[in-house]
Design a protein around this ligand. Sequence first.
Ligand SMILES: C[S+](C)CC[C@H](N)C(=O)O
Ligand SMILES: N[C@@H](CCS)C(=O)O
Ligand SMILES: [Zn+2]
Length: 326
Amino acid sequence: MGLEKKSALLEDLIKKCGGCAVVDGGFATQLEIHGAAINDPLWSAVSLIKNPELIKRVHMEYLEAGADIVVTSSYQATIPGFVSRGLSVEESESLLQKSVNLAVEARDKFWDKVSKITGHSYNRALVAASIGSYGAYLADGSEYSGNYGENVNLDKLKDFHRRRLQVLVEAGPDLLAFETIPNKLEAQACAELLEEENVQIPAWICFTSVDGEKAPSGESFEECLEPLNKSDNIYAVGINCAPPQFIESLISKFAKLTKKAIVVYPNSGEVWDGKAKQWLPSQCFGDDEFEMFATKWRDLGANLIGGCCRTTPSTIKAISRDLKRR
Ligand SMILES: C[S+](C)CC[C@H](N)C(=O)O
Ligand SMILES: N[C@@H](CCS)C(=O)O
Ligand SMILES: [Zn+2]
């Protein structure tokens, strides 16, 4: 199957949205707002063990806010991560499956409700299974440094990603969202894995950036995109969890480097302290600024826009209001 068939649902959604669909916002952030304690090596994925109902509630809140795509709770959910907490491999795999099921259930419940309302402005949302980077699993903030050490090579990264990817795909999401990729090696590992595993749903691959120009590893985006541009499995490339002030110039840069769709969902501008495991205040952007940025980002060529850490359903409501004002 070619990319066209694989990505028909996503492509139709973007078309229906006039060229730019709305991704949801900070998932972990909204869990925390509801009181979830996620200062944990599993970070937000700890809620899959402790409070799955809350996960569904957060998905519902983002759907209500106007998200056209909801991203699952699997960012930091990994089989070795769960096993190191005493769970069996089977239990770990069923939690991964559950992350997709919870999002699908929320989407179906929400769509069942709103599709009966005449004149509603929602689209039937798609579910993107989150695949956090190896750095996310390491839980040391290395998704923002790209520094995986000398022992990490292409095969090790493929091995790390393989089984989780298989289980998530098997659970039936509409697409895959590779998030906070900090270097070319991991981007290449993900692209090759999609091919090797013959994955039949589209994927996006998002990088972080800490300087607004390059990937955190110091590699240029020209280098990082090279293995992705060749891949039929990858529908969109872009940036997540970088500060909003970087996004404008990064969209322009990506537009010159790729023919793929462009996806951007920045954080609020706060900076993650990987050691202290907390967000440090920095130049910070609120919902009003996101509302102003969204049309600008769309006009520069972004096809998928949302928010990442420290953004909330009200941010997504603002973006959605902005993009859907036609
Ligand atoms: C996107 S970061 C804030 C996620 C948490 C990080 N991987 C950690 O565990 O410290
Ligand atoms: N989808 C994840 C990304 C973290 S960078 C979340 O929103 O929690
Ligand atoms: Zn984030």
